[in-house]
Design a protein around this ligand. Structure first.
Ligand code: TA6
Length: 275
């Protein structure tokens, strides 16, 4: 079932999806997945209770789309996609019980550069972000900045052992690296040349989230911890405890370089397994 709603504030159009295997909510503002609840599980995504669903401001949580740049390399931080209203191209229920949604964006001032976001909701949550260059060559760093709903102080991440990373934090905190990544403080890293599946194990919720990336070479892992959260107006002081961002990305030397008219896709399939 597909229904269209408007948020309480009356501004952001939402698509609410119910399938036999899961429920999801997608905002056309940002092509942003706000919620994905597989049958028998809690929401796999975290959204801050203080998030402002307001035009011009990014939503705090869910899956923000960082495009056509990442971080502070230009303003606004993380690009214009997450604060733009995307056009709904397709919302269809399919014979296999899944729902497919396609949204598109061609922002002004980028020489015809465009993005397409395809989302398939069912037993898994699939997202494919396709970038097509306009009339000029362009380099497009990008990330699906997923906020996973986990107890970060208990969670561990599998699949990043021995992978090279660069620290983005001004004062990096030593983390427990082996045999899995565990969290003892804030973390902001870009892992590069990441192969294979990433597992996010949460003993509190007794589940493992699996992130199967396609066409993605980078993975960002971020949590602001206690200190970082204090500076964030749209996150409660204790909000850092309830999420971990593990981001499917192509950044730095892996940012796609496109000639005029070229296209490239990157995405992921998210699934959950009971422990
Ligand atoms: O992906 C990690 C990161 O770039 C961090 O450096 C942190 O700033 C975070 O994203 C959130 O950024 P935002 O602009 O949404 O506050």
């Amino acid at each position: 079932m597909i229904t269209k709603e408007i948020t309480k504030e009356g501004k952001l159009p939402l698509i609410c999806i119910t399938t036999p295997a899961s429920k999801a909510v997608i905002s056309l503002y940002g092509a942003h997945v706000l919620s994905w609840v597989p049958e028998g599980h809690e929401d796999v995504l975290f959204v801050s209770p203080l998030s402002r669903y307001k035009t011009g401001e990014p939503i705090r949580g869910g899956i923000p789309v960082c495009w056509p740049w990442f971080g502070k390399e230009k303003l606004p931080q993380h690009g214009v996609a997450r604060t733009s209203l995307w056009t709904l191209e397709v919302a269809e229920e399919r014979q296999d019980g899944t729902v497919r949604v396609v949204m598109s964006l061609m922002p002004d001032g980028f020489n015809g550069l465009s993005a397409k976001m395809e989302i398939i909701v069912g037993e898994t949550l699939t997202q494919i972000l396709t970038t097509t260059a306009g009339t000029e060559p362009v380099v497009v760093p990008q990330a699906l900045h997923t906020y996973f709903n986990v107890n970060v102080q208990e969670a561990t991440v599998e699949g990043l052992k021995d992978v090279e990373f660069s620290e983005r934090a001004a004062v990096p905190v030593a983390q427990q690296e082996a045999p899995v990544l565990a969290f003892k403080g804030g973390l902001d890293r870009i892992y590069s040349g990441v192969e294979g599946e990433i597992g996010i194990v949460d003993p509190s919720l007794k589940q493992k989230i699996k992130l199967d990336r396609q066409g993605s070479e980078s993975v960002v892992v971020w949590n602001p911890w206690r200190q970082g959260a204090k500076g964030m107006k749209d996150l409660p002081d204790n909000g850092w405890q309830f999420f971990l961002c593990v981001e499917t990305a192509n950044l730095d030397c892996y940012a796609p370089e496109l000639g005029p008219g070229d296209s490239v896709s990157m995405g992921h399939i998210i699934s959950v397994e009971r422990l």
